[in-house]
Design a protein around this ligand. Structure first.
Ligand code: ADP
Ligand code: 3PG
Ligand code: MG
Length: 402
């Protein structure tokens, strides 16, 4: 059976068409993290869109209109989410003037006219009600701005919004940008044509949000390493008492089933043998390492311990492909971040093909300073999870096919 990932890879990309003299609209994902003063704390997503934008400039597209969302505004203009916050950074990275369009409906004629070499950046597309509703009339209005639609917003490709999905019904030529293609290639290499053994490392806060992933990849992987709060539920399922730790009690039976499925599919499962526990997450006074069978009353397991790191390291060093989704602990708090950061280093130093999906995991790898040594870090959080789950991402669905 041809997998959905391979099917998505069959879409036409920018290199298959001629953009010379064309008005190109590119849906990008500039939904970048910012601090309270609106400083961009990680511009990876902007950088990741540059090859597509530069290609259009270099191939003499007559105008380029960039469309993105930022955050989740609730109805209309909201100062916190204006894309003006990223205009300067984009200009610096492109080394080119970027014209900001407050309201594309008011500036429609200017954008739609062929004005050689101009780059427009539209205001946050989620300020318009039609975007999230995928309203056909709104899709049509956006479509009228261009001759060619390029979707390069991988991070938003799991959304059926007007600018990621519906617009394609109203544009004759619609293709994927280079980032979309890179993401698909990376996941194809990891999941469809892997060099075995292949290890899936999962963690993060909830088993419930990743259960589809666990069941859908079971037939494709050789090893399953489970850490983070996720592993608490598995450990509870094995009879350990996790005390005040985050455990999804409703999922204890599900965890048992996953372990049975793993066994049936010959997948080796690695669970923590020791954990870092704390008396309090907000105000930790007593933090210590303990075997999983000795979690103290009232304590929370918040990271994997050193023996677990050793166990996981050995499993990783003997793998040739590693897919990582979900931190090993509450990595945002430095006392509980060691397991995640050290694991990042172990994966980075391995010779395996290593791929990271998941917004927090990508952030943790960046903070660990190991980003450059990974084979691929996805720009998608939810999108990469859905891709790993084997779903067809709407952002690819309506694009032209080869
Ligand atoms: P990703 O965004 O990479 O998919 P998730 O969103 O699933 O990852 O999980 C990340 C979150 O999981 C982080 O906020 C982290 O603090 C939390 N987490 C990890 N381990 C634990 C734990 N033991 N207890 C509570 N929260 C945890
Ligand atoms: C993301 O950050 O995951 C994407 O930009 C999608 O954002 P959304 O979850 O608000 O649709
Ligand atoms: Mg997350």
């Amino acid at each position: 059976m041809i997998s959905n990932i391979v099917t998505m890879g069959g879409v036409k990309s920018l290199k298959d068409i001629d953009v010379t003299g064309k008005r190109v609209l590119i849906r990008v994902d500039f939904n970048v993290p910012m601090d309270a003063q609106f400083n961009i704390s990680d511009d990876s997503r902007i950088r990741a869109a540059l090859p597509t934008i530069n290609y259009c400039i270099d191939h003499n597209a007559c105008s380029i209109t960039l469309v993105s969302h930022l955050g989740r505004p609730k109805g209309g203009y909201d100062e916190r989410y204006t894309l003006r916050h990223i205009q300067k950074r984009l200009e610096r990275l492109l080394q080119k003037k970027v014209e900001f369009i407050d309201d594309f409906e008011a500036s429609k004629e200017e954008i739609a006219s062929c004005s050689l070499e101009r780059v427009f950046l539209l205001e946050n597309i989620r300020f318009y009600a039609g975007e999230k509703k995928n309203d056909p009339e709104f899709c049509k209005q956006l479509a009228e701005l261009c001759d060619v639609y390029v979707n390069d917003a991988f991070g938003t490709s799991h959304r059926k919004d007007a600018s990621t999905y519906g617009i394609a019904d109203f544009v004759e030529t619609k293709v994927a940008g280079f980032l979309m293609m890179r993401e698909i290639e990376a996941f194809t290499k990891a999941l469809e044509k892997p060099i075995r053994p292949i290890a899936l490392v999962v963690g993060g806060s909830k088993i419930s949000s990743k259960i589809t992933l666990l069941t859908s990849v079971m037939q494709k992987i050789d090893k399953l390493l489970i850490g983070g709060a996720m592993s608490n539920t598995f450990l509870q399922a094995l009879g350990y008492e996790m005390k005040a730790s985050l455990v999804e009690v409703d999922y204890v039976d599900v965890a048992k089933k996953v372990l049975e499925e793993a066994k049936a599919n010959n997948v080796k499962v690695y669970l923590p043998v020791d954990v870092v526990i704390t008396d309090s997450i907000e105000n930790p006074i007593d933090v210590r390492v303990t075997p999983v069978q000795d979690v103290l009353e009232g304590f929370h397991a918040v990271d994997i311990g050193p023996a677990t790191l050793k166990l996981f390291s050995e499993a990783i060093e003997l793998s040739n492909t590693i897919i990582w989704n979900g931190p090993m602990g509450i990595y945002e708090i430095s006392q509980f971040s060691k397991g995640t950061y050290k694991l990042a280093t172990v994966i980075a130093e391995s010779y395996a093909y290593s791929i990271v999906g998941g917004g927090d995991t990508a952030d943790a790898v960046e903070r660990a300073g190991e980003k450059e040594k990974f084979s691929f870090i996805s720009t998608g959080g939810g999108a990469s999870l859905e891709l790993l789950e084997g779903k067809v991402l709407p952002g690819f669905e309506k694009l032209d096919r080869n």
